[in-house]
Each structure stands twice: as structure tokens, then as C-alpha cells.
Write a new protein. Structure first.
Length: 39
């Protein structure tokens, strides 16, 4: 029971970290693209 709950929690954490990584890469791309067009 404990292992199953631990696995489910890890799945949720992986999804959250993946979503955060996607947002960071998206904002980084937006900043890099805007500075590239400024020059």
C-alpha cells in the first residue's frame, strides 16, 4: 500500500516538474527570440 502511494506521488511530482520545465523553456524561448529580433 505504501509503495503504491509513493509511486502515485512520484508520478504527480514528475508531471509537475515536467510542466514547470516546459514553462521555463517556453519563457526562455520567448526571451531569446525577442532579444534576437531586437538586434
Amino acid at each position: 500500500m505504501y509503495i503504491k502511494n509513493k509511486r502515485d506521488n512520484n508520478k504527480i511530482e514528475d508531471f509537475g516538474s515536467y510542466q514547470t520545465l516546459f514553462l521555463i523553456e517556453f519563457f526562455y524561448f520567448e526571451i531569446a527570440y525577442s532579444s534576437y529580433t531586437n538586434y
